[in-house]
Design a protein around this ligand. Structure first.
Ligand code: NAD
Ligand code: 2HG
Length: 543
């Protein structure tokens, strides 16, 4: 099977070479598509994967109705040009290449900081225009100054290390970095309000989120030293540009350097771009030979490994999954998918919530994936859209179905067991599976009854009074209607009480056969459950 990969932004040759060399991968490079959403949407109908940088907007509209598209790889960090929730709803995995451009971006931040401190761009313009003006550009040293870093992730910490090398004191804030950890990096962790009045330079390195938008706004600017210099090499929208221009004009901020805008490209006459105290670059943080090769190579490897080998790494909308791990959990994914399908076909009301209990060996595995596989099985027959490991949990949540899981490594009745409980408006249904001989999937519990049934093909599930001759009656009735029984299992709580039977059939019994069963007063209920044949995997596991 050939996988088509679209590349719609400029990607380094080294990355393209990897894609082109992968057998079974066809590469289509068309950077014009980045500027033409309608053509991009059309082209994606024939694509299995797409590799982009920041120039291509993958909006909900572009991503909707793309049954073939399976993976988006962003050669870079920020995924704000991708509607990730829309991709997730469509079951498309979104991956990025987080570390490849950290150094380049940190170095660009330092370049901007030094340019600001030493007036390099203005001095350059002045000299090139024929002037020799040594007095207008007196700068300021970095050594001994305080740098405030907002966002101490990969880039923020890399900037902090470099600034410390220049003899700066670094203070900072990141909700995910404890004061102790910050201390280990030689950084004093402070609240934002404490950073503003202390810093001589402030640099932002957070993603753009509703919480971080305008994180440097009028109020923050008013609390800063009038000599402060601000750098944004992360995302447009983190600094309120109108408020910044006002503060620069009022002499409340000494200068700013900006690499990123919202939107991009920005209008050419944007006041912040024109402002003499502002240094600007057109989103060049990651634009070095080294970073571009690194992110392109990584992006190409991510796409090939996903499309050809099912490996998921650096996904922003699903847990990581490498090849070995996939092999390790494959049977459990299959089992959980079948258990989900079994529940979906039980005669029940609408689902409120579900719970999975992992006992024994399975508890040490990637149970989040197994739970997602169960959710996919539970919902796939009811939904029009494709359901897979990427979107199953979010589709469940969007329908108000809470799915939770718990694990206990101590084995119960079985060395390994996945117990599933689905609560509907009527009652809670329980079904559990185990692995027999480490390769065969078995249904070992239905309701309160223990069994040992195959979980494939056509199953007749019936509840009954445990009476002599009843099993013979079931066999005869199926035989009378030309249905062969492959295997039969009965579970009961006590002799003579209520019992359950699970019969693996070679074909689907006709409705008359079920009516005939219903005429026997000892048969309390009967239903036919259709599961995939043994070895048949969901499309998203056929890798
Ligand atoms: N200019 C460029 O070309 C370029 C290149 C690379 C990265 N970036 C951008 O730089 C930013 C940082 O990249 P990274 O690789 O360091 O990401 P990262 O995920 O490693 O770090 C981001 C950090 O921001 C922190 N954060 C989130 N909300 C915050 C808040 N309200 N206050 C303070 N901190 C907060 C997070 O906890 C995290 O530690 C991203 O926006 C990325 O898109 C830009
Ligand atoms: O593609 C680029 O050059 C920008 C990348 C950068 O903004 C990122 O988020 O990684």
């Amino acid at each position: 099977m050939s996988h088509r990969v679209l590349v719609t932004d400029k990607l380094a040759e080294e990355g393209l070479a990897i894609l082109k060399a992968e057998p079974g991968v066809e590469v289509v490079v068309d950077t014009k598509l980045a500027k033409d959403p309608a053509a991009l949407k059309e082209a994606l109908r024939e694509a299995d994967g797409i590799a982009i940088r920041s120039g291509t907007q993958l909006t909900a509209d572009v991503l909707e109705g793309q049954p073939r598209l399976k993976a988006i790889v962003r050669a870079g960090v920020g995924v704000d040009n991708i509607d990730v929730p829309a991709a997730t709803r469509q079951g498309i995995v979104v991956m990025n290449t987080p570390g490849g451009n950290t150094t380049s971006t940190a170095e660009h931040t330092m370049a901007l900081m030094l340019s600001l401190a030493r007036n390099v761009p203005r001095a350059n313009d002045s000299l090139k225009s024929g002037k020799w003006d040594r007095n207008a550009f007196t700068g300021s040293e970095l050594e001994g100054k305080t740098l405030g870093v907002v966002g101490l992730g990969r880039v923020g910490l890399a900037v902090a290390r470099r600034a410390q090398g220049f003899g700066m004191t670094v203070i900072g804030y990141d909700p995910l970095l404890s004061a102790e950890k910050a201390q280990e990096h030689g950084i004093e962790s402070l609240r934002l309000e404490e950073i503003w009045p202390r810093a001589d330079f402030i640099t932002v390195h957070t993603p753009l989120t509703p919480e971080t938008r305008d994180i440097i706004g009028a109020k923050a600017l008013a609390a800063m030293k009038p000599t402060v210099r601000i750098i944004n090499c992360a995302r447009g929208g983190l600094v309120d540009e109108a408020a910044l221009v006002e503060a620069l004009n009022a002499g409340k901020v000494a200068g700013a350097a900006i690499d990123v805008f919202d939107p991009e490209p920005p209008p050419g006459d944007l006041p912040v771009i024109k402002h003499p105290k502002v240094v600007v670059t057109p989103h060049l943080g990651a634009s070095t030979e080294e970073a571009q090769v690194s992110v392109a190579v990584e992006a190409a490897q991510l796409l090939c490994n996903f499309l050809k080998r099912g490996q998921v790494k650096f996904a922003v909308n699903m847990p990581a999954l490498d090849r070995a791990e996939l092999q390790d959990v494959k049977l459990y994914l299959d089992m959980a998918w079948r258990l989900g399908m079994l529940h979906a076909q039980m005669d029940r009301g609408s689902i409120r919530n579900a719970r999975l209990i992992y006992r024994g060996e399975v508890a040490a595995k990637n149970t989040k994936l197994i739970t997602a596989s169960f959710a996919a099985g539970l919902m796939e027959s009811s939904l029009d859209e494709p359901v897979n490991l990427v979107n199953a949990m979010s589709l469940a949540r969007s329908r108000g179905i809470e799915i939770e899981e718990s694990s206990a490594e101590a084995p119960g009745d079985f060395g390994t067991m996945v117990q599933t409980e689905v609560t509907t408006e009527r009652k809670t249904y329980v079904a559990a599976g185990t692995l027999f001989g480490k390769q065969f999937i078995r249904l070992v519990r239905l309701g309160s009854y223990l069994l040992d049934a195959h979980m494939d093909g056509t199953l007749l599930v019936f509840t009954h009074h445990d009476r002599p001759g009843l099993i013979g009656f079931i066999g005869r009735t199926m035989g009378d209607h030309g249905v062969n029984i492959a295997q039969m299992n009965v579970g009961r709580e006590a002799p003579g009480g209520e019992a359950i039977g699970v019969v693996n059939l070679d074909s689907v019994p006709p409705p008359e056969a079920l009516s005939a069963l219903g005429e026997n007063p000892n048969v309390l209920s009967s239903s036919v459950i259709k599961l995939p044949e043994r070895g048949a995997l969901p499309p998203w596991l056929q890798l």
